[in-house]
Design a protein around this ligand. Sequence first.
Ligand SMILES: NC(=O)c1ccc[n+]([C@@H]2O[C@H](COP(=O)([O-])OP(=O)(O)OC[C@H]3O[C@@H](n4cnc5c(N)ncnc54)[C@H](O)[C@@H]3O)[C@@H](O)[C@H]2O)c1
Length: 463
Amino acid sequence: MAMCSELWPIARSTPCSKANRSLKTSVLHLAPCHTGLVAAKKTGSTVAVLGLGYVGCVSATCLARLGHRVYGIDPDAQKVSSINAGQAPFYEPGLEEVLRESVQAGRLTASTGLLPGLDECEVAMICVGTPSAANGNLSTDQLEKACGQIAEAVRRRTKPLIVAIRSTAFPGTADMLAESLTAANRHISVVSNPEFLREGAAMDDFMDPSLLVVGGPAKAAQTVAGLYSQLPVEPSLVDIRTAEMIKYCCNAFHALKIAFANEVGALSEKLSVPAQEVMHTLCQDTRLNISAAYLRPGFAFGGSCLPKDLRAITYRAKHLDLNLPLLEAVLPSNARHIERSIQQVMDLKSTHVGVFGLAFKENTDDLRESPVVSCIEHWIGKGKDLRIFDPHIQMSSIYGANRNFILHAIPHIEKLMVAGLEEMLSWCGTVVLAQKPDAASAAAILDSGKPVVNLVAVELKSR
Ligand SMILES: NC(=O)c1ccc[n+]([C@@H]2O[C@H](COP(=O)([O-])OP(=O)(O)OC[C@H]3O[C@@H](n4cnc5c(N)ncnc54)[C@H](O)[C@@H]3O)[C@@H](O)[C@H]2O)c1
């Protein structure tokens, strides 16, 4: 068994091998692993963990298991005495054994008071609750109280202290807390280090994290990431608000996936289709389904398939007396996104707008339900003068349903189309990117110096 407090030198990233991930052990077979550019420490750090609930108790126990000296702090005297007696204050598989070992080894003690633990530590990790307020908003009361107590306790401190917010907190919360903490003591820096563990698998999740995110000032973020340097995970060091946002997005995404699977299950059942087989097979596609595909913020969807098929699903579901609010919300959500794009261009001072892309995506001439067509209808109707260029569309060669769709939407579209990108760029005051341009077009757009409304959120590079 590898010892926890060994020296892992400062190392450029050696991606953690899958072998290291054999952690159903979990906690008992720690395998060394370098993480990114994060400095791992020769000896364990001293960490105060404020809040000894599910997240705090597991974090405190596992940090102690990693060789750090941990002071757990919680006003709940029962939790504190339970931990000091080597007993887990709640049921979590594998927790009690490691907690007892850490307490017996003198690496974990709990207390109801901040001091003296806080005096000794380099990092104070806040794991207090952030429950829902009555109106659904996040309550930051416990966070503010804990930070107030820290500020009070370290007023005369002259060595650095990193306060790591591990509680789930909305973007901006850590910045708000940092303001009062740094006002109390300029040696304090604040980072966001959200927790991703799942109750019931918390020990495995901590020791074999799916994600390690630290956001905040670089040096402090690296120090906090260094606490986990023995774990088989590459830290993502990001901006503080990004770290907070990532946590919310992960939970929203998990909830979305469960609701999606359940709606698919309900519809399948009504149609006498085996739901488990449907979703299991869907998950076999790791290129388009279980992948990063379609998970990049950008322009609305359109085309000849997605809108049509969503309409069919929701229509049929209604006829089966089945309420599928998630699937029913997808087309309205897309419509709201199109409205935001429309507004972005309406907010421009420029009246001469060059639109790059008319088809619903790059490398096709399919115009059916192309979201930019709806945008163009609005922009023209509200007085914008447009020129449109699409590298794959020549109106003379568009026919059938494709031609009918566009002529029905914008009868005089031909007059707005230009034959070349240069023509559009020399005419317009602003470029609207409604489609991902190829490298040459991207460079030409960038080099034109014209302001760009980048609806597709792609990076433009000069040649
Ligand atoms: N439970 C989970 O699975 C999970 C997973 C990831 C993230 N989170 C987030 O982590 C945070 C903590 O969640 P939890 O489930 O552990 O909460 P919890 O309610 O179980 O524990 C919070 C603890 O904080 C203590 N506390 C309150 N004020 C304090 C103070 N001023 N100083 C010290 N301790 C104080 C409470 O006594 C309690 O023991 C929340 O923001 C939650 O959203 C939870």
